[in-house]
Design a protein around this ligand. Structure first.
Ligand code: B12
Length: 227
């Protein structure tokens, strides 16, 4: 099984969707790609959370490193994103299948000016699969739109994502607007994204900073226990 999990991770890094993809060096056509490998893992009974934790998260971390080193360019990143999405499309129904409980309403958005959504989508899939009713507002969402969605849905939780240092300040704008509308006490605010920290969460008045999707789930579970 370890080889299968490694193959899934490596196909993500190679940005391959299925067996027709030739891969970055043009030699991989005919070999199983993300679709076939994830399907095989599902048939073997590998839990979706294992595939996410052992293949998708570390695979995307490696893609990030390659981009930062200059070895990967934008098309390589987009190919990796398509490969992750293929995996998530196969995993999402399984995550949903096991959950009938409704743990609360969660509004999720990437803040204004920011188009990064791979991490947000992973969080959305994991939380949806864990019984949260998620309203995903998408990317580059203005503070006003986020606050209106909270008001209308009476959500218990808000998740904000930012990957750019130039957009993370928008999170404070959202929190300030929630205060203006007297909604701040009604919603727990979770923030995530590579440039953020625990300290930044405290500074802007968010409730929780989360390293990754599993950290978010743990923090939500600890809130449930406190009730
Ligand atoms: C993929 C990628 C892109 C893709 C995005 C595709 C997509 N659909 O998302 C594309 C090619 C479009 C892109 C564009 C750009 N990018 Co870019 N991108 C990345 C890259 C390589 C990986 C990001 C990623 O997907 N990581 C994998 C996911 C799984 O991790 P994650 O997002 O961190 O999410 C996890 C946690 O953070 C957490 N989390 C995230 N959000 C949330 C929210 C909540 C509520 C919770 C609880 C948890 C949580 O959980 C997630 C799952 O575990 C990063 C490098 C890096 N190392 O991060 C650069 C990076 C973020 N990009 C960068 C830049 C500069 C850009 C561009 C400006 C490039 C350009 N010149 O055009 C544009 C900006 C476009 C825009 N307006 O947003 C810089 C940002 C630098 C900075 N300091 O601001 C980075 C750091 C690369 C670099 N070192 O230069 N990018």
């Amino acid at each position: 099984m370890d080889k299968l999990l490694d193959d899934i991770k490596n196909n993500l890094i190679a940005g391959r969707v299925d067996r027709q993809d030739e891969g970055p060096d043009g030699t991989m056509e005919g070999q199983p790609g993300m679709r076939e490998l994830v399907q095989e893992a599902i048939e073997m009974g590998v839990p979706p959370s294992t595939i996410m934790a052992q293949c998708l998260n570390p695979g995307m971390e490696e893609v990030g490193r390659l981009y930062e080193n200059g070895e990967y360019l934008t098309p390589d990143m987009l190919a990796a994103a398509e490969s992750v999405n293929t995996a998530m499309t196969l995993l999402e129904p399984l995550l949903l299948e096991n959950n009938i409980t409704n743990n609360g309403k969660f509004v999720m958005a990437t803040v204004e000016g920011d188009l990064h959504d791979i991490g947000k989508n992973i969080v959305v899939t994991l939380l949806r699969g864990s019984g949260y009713d998620i309203q995903d507002l998408g990317t580059s969402v203005q503070a006003d739109q986020i606050v209106s969605a909270i008001k209308e849905s009476q959500a218990n939780f808000l998740g904000l994502s930012a990957l750019l240092t130039s957009t993370m300040g928008k999170m404070k704008e959202v929190i300030d607007k929630l205060k203006e509308e007297n909604l701040r006490e009604k919603v727990k605010v979770f923030i995530g994204g590579a440039p953020l920290t625990e300290e930044y969460a405290r500074k802007i008045g968010a409730d929780f900073f989360c390293e990754d999707a599993f950290d978010a789930l743990n923090k939500l579970n600890s809130l449930k226990k406190k009730k």
